[in-house]
Design a protein around this ligand. Structure first.
Ligand code: MRU
Length: 338
C-alpha cells in the first residue's frame, strides 16, 4: 500500500514538489531549478514536515552542485542558504551535513551529489516503513487513534511517521479509526492529514484542537501517535504547537502517547528540549484563515510553531532501529552516540 502521490522528487535537473499550501483544493506540482527557489519553497511551506524538509534540502544541494560548477566554496555557501530556512526541524541540518560530508569525500560532481540526495530520499521511505512495522504492534485492531499536525507521506519522502504507523496497521489487516486534530494556525491536520488519509482510503475524522482533551478523558481514544521535528538526547520531543497539550491530556486520561520518528530526527547534541530552537512564524498565520482576516485590525499575536513535550509524558518512541521506552537518556545513548 504505497501513498498515491509524491511529496518531493528530482526530474530533469529540477526539484519537483507537491505544493502543500494549495491542498486540499488543488494538487499542483512546482518545479524548482535554483537553490534560492528551493530555499524559498521550504521557508514558505510548499514542502514541510521534518523529514520532507531534509529531503528537499538534499535535492537543493544537488542543484547547488550544478550552480557551483566545481567551486566547493560556492557550493558550501549555497548549503548555508538552505540551512537558513527553518530552525527547528533537525532533519534539515542533518541532511545538509550528510551532503557536505559526501562532497568532502567524493567531490562536487553534480551526478555524485545527486546520487547521495536520492539515497537520503530512499532511506527515508525505508525508515518510515520500518518504524511503521515496529509501531503498528502497539495499535490494537479496532482502535481509535489521535494524531496532531501532519506526520504523513506529505511530511516525509513517503509513507509517513505517525501516519506510517497507521498505514502499517491497515496493511497488517487491522481496522483503525484516525482522529486528526485540525492543528491551528496552519491547519495541517484538517487540510493535509485529512487529504492524504482520505486519498489512501484510511478512515479519518477531523476534530477541533479544543476537542482532544475531552475525548481523551471520555475514553474515546485508545492511543495518540505524533511525529517530531527534533528529539533531544533525554527523550524530550519537539513537535507542532499543541502537541504538549495533547500529551498532558493523554497522560491525565491514562492513554499512551507515542512518537514516531526516524533516527535523523534525534539530536544527541541537544541535551534536553530546552535547547531546541523554536521557530516563530509570521503573524498572518494567526490573524488570517485562508486569506480572510479574523482578528480586529492591529491586535498583536504570538505564533510559536512548535512546542516541547517532556520525555516523562512519552510512552515510547518508534524509530527504524527499534522502539525506545523510558529511560530515554540511557537507551538513546546506547544506540546513538553524539
Ligand atoms: O510546520 P510543519 O508543518 O513543518 O510541522 C510539521 C510537524 O510538526 C510534524 O509533526 C513533524 O515535522 C513530524 S513529520 C513526520
Amino acid at each position: 500500500m504505497q501513498s498515491s502521490f509524491q511529496t518531493v522528487y528530482w526530474k530533469n535537473r529540477q526539484v519537483v514538489m507537491l505544493d502543500q499550501r494549495l491542498l486540499p483544493y488543488e494538487e499542483k506540482y512546482n518545479r524548482y531549478s535554483t537553490v534560492q527557489e528551493v530555499a524559498d519553497a521550504i521557508q514558505t511551506m510548499v514542502v514541510r514536515g521534518a523529514p520532507a524538509i531534509g529531503v528537499a534540502a538534499a535535492f537543493g544541494v544537488a542543484l547547488a552542485a550544478i550552480e557551483a560548477d566545481g567551486n566547493e566554496e560556492r557550493l558550501l555557501a549555497l548549503c548555508d542558504v538552505l540551512a537558513a530556512t527553518r530552525p527547528t526541524a533537525v532533519n534539515l541540518f542533518w541532511a545538509i551535513e550528510r551532503m557536505k560530508k559526501r562532497i568532502s569525500t567524493h567531490g562536487t560532481a553534480p551526478q555524485e551529489v545527486l546520487e547521495e540526495a536520492e539515497r537520503i530520499k530512499e532511506e527515508d521511505i525505508a525508515a518510515c516503513k520500518k518504524m511503521g512495522e515496529f509501531g503498528e504492534k502497539f495499535i490494537k485492531d479496532g482502535a481509535t487513534v489521535l494524531t496532531h499536525c501532519n506526520a504523513g507521506a506529505l511530511a516525509t519522502a513517503g509513507w509517513g511517521t505517525a501516519l506510517g504507523v497507521f498505514r502499517s496497521a491497515v496493511a497488517a489487516g487491522k481496522t483503525i479509526h484516525v482522529l486528526a486534530d485540525e492543528t491551528r494556525p496552519r491547519l495541517q491536520g484538517a487540510k493535509l492529514t485529512a487529504w492524504e488519509l482520505r486519498k489512501d482510503g484510511i478512515d479519518v475524522t477531523v476534530i477541533s484542537d479544543n476537542a482532544a482533551a475531552s475525548l481523551l478523558r471520555a475514553g474515546k481514544i485508545d492511543a495518540v501517535v505524533v511525529g517530531s521535528d527534533r528529539i533531544a538526547a533525554n527523550g524530550d520531543v519537539c513537535n507542532k504547537i499543541g502537541t504538549y497539550s495533547v500529551a498532558l491530556a493523554a497522560d491525565a486520561a491514562g492513554v499512551p502517547f507515542y512518537v514516531a520518528a526516524p533516527v535523523s530526527t534525534i539530536d544527541m547534541s541537544c541535551p534536553s528540549g530546552d535547547q531546541i530552537p523554536i521557530e516563530e512564524r509570521e503573524a498572518d498565520e494567526v490573524t488570517h484563515i485562508n486569506g480572510v482576516q479574523i482578528l480586529p485590525d492591529g491586535v498583536p499575536v504570538k505564533n510559536p510553531a512548535f512546542d516541547v513535550t517532556p520525555h516523562t509524558l512519552v510512552t515510547a518512541i518508534f524509530t527504524e532501529v527499534g522502539v525506545f521506552q523510558k529511560n530515554y537518556s540511557e537507551s538513546l545513548k546506547k544506540i546513538l552516540q553524539p
